[in-house]
Design a protein around this ligand. Structure first.
Ligand code: APR
Length: 242
């Protein structure tokens, strides 16, 4: 019976997502045509050096993205992923900085690249504050240090790595949705799952899959492919889309 392990423990499902799961909510991906990196050079807006050199440009870039996230709604893929919790022990590990998984109802979401609706200070106090409005150049934490988006920039360590790795190493099933798998170390995570875990990728494009790993690749948009997988798993079936 799908979903049960020995001793009645629920099977662990890890869902690993990237920008593609939020594309149909109207949030741009990074590397597709017209993507976020087309309007900007990464070095200008997504590195600690950029923030030192031109904090106003960096704050402007993330203020624009925060407003888009607040305007966006979860889509059928986010909602289907949340439904997995009816039968499975689900951990969502996302590279996305939006809160669409949470708004769709997922209760355990690990944001390894940070969260746009939080701000953090640059001081030793390392405040992390809920922050749903623009960050302005003069905004300070309670101890008086400058604020920046709570987002992982290139060259910075990912967040919650140990928790994410532990979650995936115990996975019975892995569902990878909407990521090109080109940014490390994040891209390693889904494939740290046990050899015999069922691995499904939902992506209309061609993510950079590691060799030698048996995966089923469903070449569909997230709002089409993810509900298919979720309904099969909730019905106790495995997925073998040809
Ligand atoms: N449904 C599913 N997948 C989609 C859809 C869709 N509607 N549209 C695009 N995709 C896929 C693309 O085929 C691609 O594989 O989503 C993926 C988007 O890849 P990227 O733009 O590289 O986004 P992501 O993998 O999340 O980037 C990883 O890079 O820039 C950094 O920190 C940033 O977290 C980000 C990381």
């Amino acid at each position: 019976m799908g979903g049960e392990r020995g001793g009645g423990r629920r099977e662990r499902v890890v869902v690993f997502t990237g920008a593609g799961v939020s594309a149909e909510s109207g949030l741009k991906t990074f590397r597709d045509a017209g993507g976020l990196w087309e309007g900007y050079r990464v070095e200008e807006v997504a590195t600690p050096e950029a923030f030192e050199r031109d904090p106003e440009l960096v704050l402007k870039f993330y203020n624009e993205r925060r407003r888009k996230v607040l305007e966006a709604q979860p889509n059928e893929a986010h909602r289907a992923i949340a439904r997995l919790e009816e039968r499975f022990d689900v951990v969502v590990i996302t590279q996305n900085i939006d809160d669409l998984h949470e708004r769709a109802g997922s209760t355990r979401v690990i944001h390894i690249h940070g969260e746009i609706l939080k701000a953090r200070c640059v001081g030793p106090c390392q405040h992390v504050l809920e922050w749903r409005k623009d960050i302005r150049i003069g905004d300070r934490c309670p101890s008086g240090y400058r604020l920046r988006p709570h987002v992982v920039w290139f060259g910075e360590p990912v967040l919650h790595w140990e928790e994410a790795e532990q979650a995936v190493r115990g996975a019975d099933r892995v569902l990878v949705v909407g990521t090109s798998l080109v940014v490390y170390p994040a891209a390693l995570l889904p494939f740290l799952a046990p050899e015999d875990s069922e691995k499904i990728v939902v992506d209309p494009g061609e993510p950079s899959l590691p060799g030698g790993v048996r995966v089923v690749h469903i070449r569909e948009r997230a709002t089409v492919g993810v509900p298919q997988v979720v309904e099969a798993w909730l019905a106790g079936k495995s997925v073998n889309f040809g």
